[in-house]
Design a protein around this ligand. Structure first.
Ligand SMILES: [Zn+2]
Length: 348
């Protein structure tokens, strides 16, 4: 017979084993992907100016495994100046098995959450819903499996997504149904109706977009009072300031720029939006593992497996999370891992 605190201990061990399995699987996939990327892709041939203001001057930013990041002095914006050309990248995303493995890991996690009814909207999606100015149409650019659209569905008459990845679309349909319209084309190739969207969102997508001028199109698509909501890793975070080029969010092929409070202000000015809310979320994103392994060769933030530390690590994470949840401290200090921005279309 089991009592009190011991009731769930088997369940806890099981959860811990699953966490460890997921961690090790992800570490392996990410490390292999980066080795493969650098080996396979050759030299970077596409050079760009500041994606926000198109200014040429730049300061040194920081070095990351795949890109050298520079900083626009005008926009306070970190961006990779030299990129791989588009064809090389498209081919890579289509054929690469490491990338497919990472997709599969994400799918396995989400599927399990759906099956056990544990999938809940995050602070960003709650904020999108809270700030919505109309109920007609919403568009999620880079919607992935469609998790966010499934939360937005009850709040709009029509919901649409843009996603280029076939695997994500198919699996998304299996999990969330066929009634969500997903375009499998880039925004510039679609003829969407101007002045028709109440909400356009990009969750963990803007850090991938090489040509930010697509926000001119997004501006046109929004209704006069429509809102644009963006969430992305931020250089204002405590974790970025601690890890710089070792930070997990600048450690992959897809992440080519890094926003913060100041660069979003420059962005809003450039593309005629008015920021109505900007704040980081409340996630610290620094684990004991990270602190201990910081000086190790091949260190990558968030991807360190130290068998004896892992249980302590998990324990501290739970405690930190509960303290942060009650105090909302990181968000108040604007030091959380992701920045969440709400902007209104501004016609001047
Ligand atoms: Zn700039």
């Amino acid at each position: 017979m089991k009592y009190g605190i011991f009731v769930n201990h088997e369940k806890m061990i099981q959860r811990y084993k699953t966490y460890l399995k997921q961690l090790r699987r992800t570490i392996k996939a990410v490390k292999e992907l980066n080795i493969y990327t650098l080996d396979k892709l050759g030299s970077k041939t596409a050079v760009r100016t500041c994606p926000i203001c198109h200014g040429k001057p730049y300061d040194f930013g920081f070095l990351a495994p795949i890109y050298d990041f520079v900083k626009c002095p005008k926009c306070n914006f970190f961006y990779a100046r030299e990129l791989y050309d588009e064809d090389t990248l498209n081919q890579f995303y289509r054929d690469d098995i490491h990338n497919q493995e990472i997709q599969q890991i994400q799918y396995d996690i989400i599927k399990k959450e759906v099956e056990t009814h544990k999938l809940i909207p995050d602070s960003f999606i709650k904020r999108c819903i809270k700030n919505q100015t109309g109920t007609d149409k919403c568009l999620d650019i880079g919607c992935g499996f469609g998790v966010n659209l499934s939360f937005l569905k009850p709040h709009f008459k029509t919901i649409e997504g843009i996603e280029l990845d076939k695997f994500a679309i198919e699996k998304g349909r299996e999990m969330f149904g066929n009634d969500i319209k997903i375009y499998q084309k880039e925004l510039k190739c679609l003829k969407l109706k101007e002045n028709s969207y109440d909400l356009i969102l990009l969750n963990q997508v803007i850090e991938h977009i090489s040509d930010l001028d697509m926000f001119k199109t997004i501006h046109k698509l929004l209704k006069p009072k429509g809102i644009l909501c963006i969430a992305t890793p931020t250089s204002d975070s405590l974790s970025f300031r601690m890890f710089q080029g070792d930070w997990v969010h600048v450690h992959e092929l897809g992440h080519i720029q890094l926003f913060n409070d100041a660069s979003f202000k420059a962005f809003a000015k450039q593309f005629n939006f008015k920021i109505t809310h900007i704040q980081t979320n409340n996630w610290l994103d620094i684990q004991l593992n990270d602190v201990i392994c910081r000086k190790r060769k091949g260190f990558v933030h968030r991807f360190n497996d130290v068998p004896y530390i892992n249980p302590i690590n998990l324990g501290i994470s739970i405690i930190t999370k509960s303290i942060l949840n009650t105090t909302n401290l990181l968000s108040k200090l604007n030091n959380g891992c992701y920045v969440e921005v709400i902007m209104k279309k501004d016609d001047g």
